[in-house]
Ligand binder design. Structure first.
Ligand SMILES: NC(=O)c1ccc[n+]([C@@H]2O[C@H](COP(=O)([O-])OP(=O)(O)OC[C@H]3O[C@@H](n4cnc5c(N)ncnc54)[C@H](OP(=O)(O)O)[C@@H]3O)[C@@H](O)[C@H]2O)c1
Length: 288
């Protein structure tokens, strides 16, 4: 198959590209690093030349915070919907959309709402679509995973409030395995949450990351939510990850039933073992 892979230079996209190549597929990569800016790709007509000769599309473009030039509505909603509509016109049926856990009827953040708008747009089209909603992803090379590893290694671990916000982190290898299975599955038109085996409080997750780095458990530094938000309002001008909304999402916590994913993969996602923080390998026995 020839696969148009958007976000091919990113954490998820790079790992999918490696798996596609290993399975004998050809990749047509899209990202600004490959000369294509989603900000300029908001019509179906702009996508059609890029779809020539392709058999499937995987969309992994995304941002965690907005800047003056990187906007949720263009990158998460308008460009993806234009791409999906171009797929209909080009009669390219298989489309896999990487969304995010929480981009559902409970969504309140601009991040989730903009993702959900594209997911809804795709679900309304007569295509063999998959909407995949990963939880927090860990493994070698992820930006947020790197940041959390650094936080976890501090002498005092900063957490928001009690630090009990529930997360269900999933390894990058399980995300890639789910995408590969979606590429050939005979049961399309599915929305699937990609979650880890275990739901874990944020503070425990950081302690686990600390342990994986060979460090003893550390004391927690409990920061009141109001203080975190005040810092975020200033910090978001320095780094998009520090958007106040990202802390509101963290405070909400995200988890889901793991069984639909386990049934789809024919196995459970991997348990959190120390070595997995430093690898991006796909588990043995996953679909090629
Ligand atoms: N990582 C996680 O824990 C996680 C969890 C759930 C959902 N997700 C979602 O999965 C997607 C990918 O995540 P990731 O971790 O792989 O992020 P990432 O490493 O930051 O990669 C983002 C990708 O989007 C591309 N991109 C950004 N702006 C673009 C633009 N204007 N035009 C074209 N391409 C652009 C980037 O390439 P260039 O910079 O070269 O343009 C890069 O290839 C995102 O939608 C994210 O919301 C991630």
């Amino acid at each position: 198959m020839r696969v148009l892979l958007t976000g091919a230079s990113g954490f998820i996209g790079r790992n999918i590209a490696t798996a596609l190549a290993a399975a004998g597929h050809q990749v047509s990569p899209v990202s600004r690093s490959h000369g294509i800016d989603f900000g300029h790709m908001t019509t179906a007509a702009s996508w059609l030349p890029h779809l020539q000769g392709c058999d499937a599309v995987i969309n992994c473009v995304g941002i965690i915070g907005q800047t003056a030039s990187q906007r949720f509505d263009a990158l998460h909603t308008q460009a993806p919907i234009a791409l999906f509509q171009a797929c209909v016109q080009a009669k390219l049926r298989r489309v896999i959309q990487i969304s995010a856990l929480g981009a559902d009827e409970t969504a309140f953040s601009a991040y989730h709402l903009s993702k959900r708008a594209a997911d809804d747009g795709l679900r309304g089209l007569d295509l063999d679509w998959f909407v995949l909603r990963p939880s927090l992803i860990y493994g070698r090379g992820g930006q947020s995973a790197k940041l959390f590893m650094r936080l976890a290694a501090l002498p005092l671990i900063p957490v928001m409030g009690h630090g009990q916000q529930a997360l269900q982190p999933v390894h990058i290898g399980d995300v890639v395995a789910t995408v590969m299975q979606s590429l050939t599955s005979t049961q399309p038109q599915r929305t699937l949450d990609i979650v880890g085996l275990e739901t874990i409080p944020f503070a425990h997750w950081l302690q686990r990351m600390r342990q994986a780095q060979g460090l003893e458990a550390a004391r927690l530094l409990h920061l009141p939510f109001g203080l975190v938000m005040a810092v975020a309002h200033l910090g978001c001008h320095i780094h998009p990850l520090l958007q106040p909304e990202n802390f509101r999402m963290l405070r909400t916590g995200y988890w889901a039933d793991v069984q639909p994913l386990a049934q789809f993969l024919g196995r459970m996602p991997q348990a959190h073992e120390a070595h997995l923080f430093f690898t991006d390998d796909i588990p043995q026995g996953s679909p090629a």
